[in-house]
Design a binder for this molecule. Sequence first.
Ligand SMILES: NC(=O)c1ccc[n+]([C@@H]2O[C@H](COP(=O)([O-])OP(=O)(O)OC[C@H]3O[C@@H](n4cnc5c(N)ncnc54)[C@H](O)[C@@H]3O)[C@@H](O)[C@H]2O)c1
Ligand SMILES: [Zn+2]
Ligand SMILES: [Zn+2]
Length: 397
Amino acid sequence: MRALTWHGPHRVKVENMPDPALAAPDDIILRVTATAICGSDLHLYRGKIPGTHHGDIFGHEFMGEVVEAGPEVKAVSKGDRVVIPFVIACGDCFFCRLQQYAACEKTNSGKGATLNRKTITPPAALFGYSDMYGGIPGGQAEYVRVPKANTGPFKVPDTLPDEKVLFLSDILPTAWQAVKNAEVKQGSSVAIYGAGPVGLLTAACARLNGAEQIFIIDHNDYRLAFAQQRYGAIPINFDKNDDPAAWIIEQTPGNRGVDAVIDAVGFEAKGSLTETVLSTLKIEGSSGKALRQCIAAVRRGGIVSVPGVYAGFIHGFLFGDAFDKGLTFKMGQTHVHAYLPDLLNLIEQGHLTPEEIVTHHMPLEEAARGYEIFEKRQEECRKVILVPGMSAAKATL
Ligand SMILES: NC(=O)c1ccc[n+]([C@@H]2O[C@H](COP(=O)([O-])OP(=O)(O)OC[C@H]3O[C@@H](n4cnc5c(N)ncnc54)[C@H](O)[C@@H]3O)[C@@H](O)[C@H]2O)c1
Ligand SMILES: [Zn+2]
Ligand SMILES: [Zn+2]
């Protein structure tokens, strides 16, 4: 089969790889019909995630058709059209029963990223996300093996095209969890750091949950403009305003700050040259630029919700400010499975139209170019969908 593989920082290519085979009785093999490139893939692409090897197949946002099912698979059968959560969960452990699927203690043979883990189990395995998360081949490929197929695969109606439901695999539930964690409700004010795919869908979900005032911060004007036009967000370009939090606070009643902030940027946040250099040298675990802004912009008693991925330690983390302001922090990988039925309903009813963020449909064969334009923010790229077997002539911008 053809698959996207990694060969060192910024070097990926589509090449022939062996077809996947069933390895456990509850596995399925999926023929991928659509797969997307995620901001989380960019961390891997840049070589920032340990345990990534030459020849690894990336991709954790994908859907397709079941072409083979192991003897113990009861939940889906050959021919079903399904979306696959990027988190691999057993469905039956302590955490799965709490619907905390990203903490599933049965699927990850790796160590996860907790530095001071002691004897605690690692978090759930993830597709295409390094040895730390199980070394499971990803779905930017023609075919993919899906473990725990009685729990993960989520059937979607034929009436909805791939691009409408593909993001159920990751970024839509991620945005939803970020907004739920932030307790956004009718009349809330919220600031969203990052206007990438996650930040944009977070704006959509915040609006749907009744947010009245949405600030969005980035330095890609075209992404900010989309958030403003489509979701009525107030854009702030941090290249032009180097302290967005100060300005946001001035726009809120009583200069109190916003009810909640959402960090949809993560550990590669730009804006502090020192931190970028220190984290490249591994003296710093993550750039704390976006997180510091979040802690500053939120009101006393407010919530900081963090869907952006962080790793290791941050020296400039103002824990004292968080204490003094009485903040609540909620964060982590998304418990994807928990949100799928509700989100599918919202898509079917037309309340959520996540496909609107897509700018590029490309053949899987052109995945390397897809990574490059998404990473370099070329061609006003917001989100790339890769389609195995699609002819170059059919690709659309
Ligand atoms: N928690 C989860 O389960 C989960 C799921 C999906 C993605 N993620 C993470 O969410 C984050 C965003 O993903 P994405 O697909 O939108 O990625 P992306 O890289 O396309 O978007 C990130 C955006 O943040 C902006 N940015 C950089 N520094 C900033 C700063 N200091 N302030 C404000 N904005 C800044 C960038 O310009 C970019 O537009 C990534 O860290 C990704 O790994 C987490
Ligand atoms: Zn992702
Ligand atoms: Zn489990």
